[in-house]
Design a protein around this ligand. Structure first.
Ligand code: ASP
Length: 292
């Protein structure tokens, strides 16, 4: 088995190219660097013989720490000026943990992971999710300390969610996705990211997927699950990603990006948005990019 990891930094607002401003270019460079660092964090786990779940959690924690991205520290604000995180972690044995509208944690992916390990419930939201996180020993932080200066300034309606997919040396798959949602969302809004089959999916027999982009359309279609079903029907991984995005556009008018990994270590990334920063490591070799 060939361990492999791929991460993304969101499929929405990475402006660049010839007409880019220097601030846009700096943000683009920061996004690529952040993705590469996260891929390295996950790869380190895989190289030590760690499992795919540990690898995607480590990669997403690295992205949650990076204020460049809309997850953990630096996530976008709600209409009321708060921060509410959504996160999902799944493995190829169909285990899952998800939190929605979680307030007060820098690493929502680790709260989701604790829920997965507990095995009692799959999805907790709001105050119940917060109480569970405290019970699980995840450190709480004052909400003000999670708001970066950039997040205060950001007014885009689209955002830059993060995600990771990995396969470990035993051929086990996992996926994790983490986000602050969309800027200016209603308090209590939960997007696609923490929903199994929408923001992420993994099945050891098929693939692991993490999605980003317009949450409501992704939810309505079940984008990550659509990729997996195309693989089940015989599509190659990259073709499955592209076809799922075409279906999303045709059926809902929505735009999104996906990353995916197959049990044999093959990786794929695709987006129907102008850009999506991603990075991958297979057999020690790092690749990254931002254009579709
Ligand atoms: N899909 C996320 C949401 O709607 C946003 C994003 O991926 O940037 O919450």
């Amino acid at each position: 088995m060939r361990p492999a990891i791929i991460v993304h930094g969101g499929a929405a607002t990475w402006r660049g190219g010839p007409r880019a401003t220097s601030a846009g270019d700096a943000r683009r460079a920061a996004a690529l660097a952040g993705c590469e660092q996260a891929a390295r964090a996950g790869d380190e786990v895989l190289r030590r013989g760690g499992c795919a779940l540990d690898a995607v959690e480590a990669a997403v924690r690295s992205l949650e720490d990076d204020e460049t991205f809309n997850a953990g520290y630096g996530a976008v604000l709600t209409r009321e000026g708060g921060v509410e995180h959504d996160a999902l972690i799944v493995d190829g044995a169909l285990r899952a943990g998800a939190v929605g509208a979680l307030v007060g944690f820098r690493h929502p992916v680790s709260v989701a992971r604790a829920l997965l390990e507990r095995g009692e419930h799959v999805f907790l939201v709001g105050e119940g999710a917060r109480r569970f996180a405290l019970e699980a020993g995840v450190p709480e932080e004052p909400v003000a300390s999670l708001i970066s200066p950039g997040a205060r300034a950001r007014h885009e309606s689209a955002a830059d969610t993060v995600g990771a997919c990995a396969v470990d040396r035993d051929g086990r798959l996992a996926s994790a996705t983490s986000t602050g949602g969309i800027a200016g969302k209603r308090s209590g809004r939960i997007g696609d990211s923490p929903v199994v089959g929408a923001g992420g999916f993994a099945d050891d027999a098929l693939c692991a997927v993490s999605a980003t982009g317009q949450g409501e359309p992704i939810l309505r279609l079940g984008l990550s699950r659509t990729v997996a079903e195309l693989v089940r029907a015989g599509a190659a991984l990259d073709d499955a990603c592209r076809r799922a995005l075409t279906t999303l556009a045709e059926r809902t008018g929505g735009h999104a990006g996906v990353i995916a990994v197959a049990p044999d270590g093959r990786l794929a990334h695709a987006t129907s948005t102008p850009q999506m920063p991603w990075a991958s490591i297979v057999a020690g070799s790092l690749s990254s990019g931002i254009e579709p």
